[in-house]
Ligand binder design. Structure first.
Ligand code: SF4
Length: 443
């Protein structure tokens, strides 16, 4: 007897915003796939299109509204979720035909909305999902979200009002997910959250049974356990609380990738105070020097805001001087932009746009010079490179342990005909520019 299965509705997804939003999209798609839905990569075929929005900056909101408009024009049946879901009225006013609007982390609601908009035919077959879930990243690297929300109240940020206070995942659940990802081919795990150093605070750093022993809900313990899985473990969004010092020896031992993404945002004490930044303490430079003594290869990436309200020329000079001393490996910079609802908008001392531009250019010039010198110092050394793209004809590009995907530099390889995506190759560095390295596989 031939069994004819009814065809499952197809879901399209437009995912905007940060890696945390990407993880949300993966979870939603994983749940929908396990419910029997099919996925569609084009508007035309989709029975309904989900738009996972970002509402962090006003420019991101505009981008989200434009994406909703495009999905409506191309398909017409649209469900909106994510950070902008908290501003349902704005969306409804512009696009009254949107089928449903849900906010961030409302997985059940958005999945429920899909079931209403495109009901499954009876008797669809389940278990269509690989053990590791569905991923929007390439197979060889995966984001691993360890908590949601944030207990801080930085004056330029509205994330806590969108996503709420810190809620950490259980460490055993995180480790189980990480194991599945590694078993499915992930060779690099990117640990993300709003505040990775605060992981487990809400759980009072309790312990859970794990592999015959126990694991504590704490960044250091989690990093150590993740380090046993054999993948590169890259820590993002780390604030320099004192206990961060404890993960540096794990990097020196090779358990955790020697890379710290610390969004310092500024260095001048008065600006940091106005920003209400967490772990804002004077001894950070000393600690960075100590970290480098313990783990000389540690790469530190950070981001900075220029033109924050009240930032004086002296504050900005302080920041440049601080950068000269800190010698950070990777730096991203932003000109301050008011976000609707952020406390910083009402601070005095608005910095004119042309001053912001001029400071931004000076900061980029400083950090590009530091980056170029640091990369030049790697010429002649051998490093490990994870391959992201291989053209099969000898050209390939990938990243060293100092480079996270999307935000940092790349390593461009010649004579790498055997390289495949996800391989980790030993590479001789032959040349460098301001952002990237150039090399050839050895051995
Ligand atoms: S630490 Fe500050 S910037 Fe980061 S999410 Fe929390 S409030 Fe926002």
């Amino acid at each position: 007897m031939t069994l004819t299965l009814p065809s499952a509705p197809k879901i399209g997804m437009v995912s905007l915003g940060c890696p945390k939003a990407l993880v949300d999209s993966e979870r939603i798609l994983t749940k929908l796939r396990s419910d029997g839905y099919s996925l569609s990569s084009d508007y035309e075929e989709a029975d309904v299109v989900l738009v996972n929005t970002c509402g962090f900056l006003d420019s991101a909101k505009e981008e989200s509204l434009a994406a909703i408009g495009e999905a409506i024009a191309e398909n017409g049946r649209v469900i909106v979720t994510g950070c902008m879901g908290n501003e349902a009225e704005v969306i409804r006013n512009r696009f009254p035909e949107v089928l449903a609007i849900t906010g961030p982390h409302q997985y059940e609601s958005v999945v429920g909305a899909v079931h209403v908009a495109a009901p499954m035919p009876p008797s669809a077959y389940l278990n269509l999902v690989p053990e590791s879930g569905l991923k929007l990243t390439p197979r060889h690297y995966s984001y691993l979200k360890i908590s949601e929300g944030c207990n801080h109240r930085c004056s330029f940020c509205i994330i806590p009002s969108i996503r709420g206070d810190l809620v950490s995942r259980r460490p055993d659940a995180i480790l189980r997910e990480a194991e599945k990802l590694v078993a499915a081919g992930t060779r690099e795990l990117l640990v993300i959250s709003q505040d990775t150093s605060a992981y487990g605070v809400d759980l009072r750093h309790a312990t859970w049974p794990w592999k015959g022993g126990e694991v504590r809900a704490h960044m250091t313990d989690l990093a150590r356990e993740l380090g046993t899985l054999g993948a590169w473990i890259r820590l993002h969004y780390v604030y320099p609380y004192p206990h961060v010092d404890q993960v540096i020896p794990l990097m020196a031992e090779g358990l955790v990738t020697p890379y710290l993404d610390i969004p310092f945002q500024h260095a001048a004490p008065s600006v940091l105070k106005a920003m209400k930044r967490p772990a804002n303490e004077a001894k950070v430079l000393e600690r960075i020097h100590r970290w480098r003594e313990i783990c000389p290869d540690i790469a530190i990436r950070s981001s900075f805001v220029v033109g924050f309200p009240g930032e004086t020329e002296a504050d900005f000079d302080y920041l440049l001087q601080w950068l000269e001393e800190a010698q950070l490996d990777r730096v991203g910079a932003f000109r301050f932009e008011p976000v609707t609802g952020a406390a910083a908008n009402s601070l005095p001392g608005v910095v004119p746009e042309e001053v912001k531009e001029e400071r931004y250019a000076r900061l980029m010039e400083t950090t590009a010079r530091i980056s170029a010198a640091k990369l030049q110092a790697k010429v002649g050394r051998q490093i490990d490179v994870i391959i992201d793209v291989a053209d099969g004809e000898g050209g390939a590009s990938g990243r060293s342990k100092a480079d996270a995907p999307e935000i940092d530099g790349e390593v461009h390889l010649r004579d790498a005909a055997d390289a495949k995506q996800g391989d980790i190759l030993r590479v001789l560095v032959e040349d460098a520019d301001e952002h990237d390295l150039f090399g050839v596989p050895v051995g």
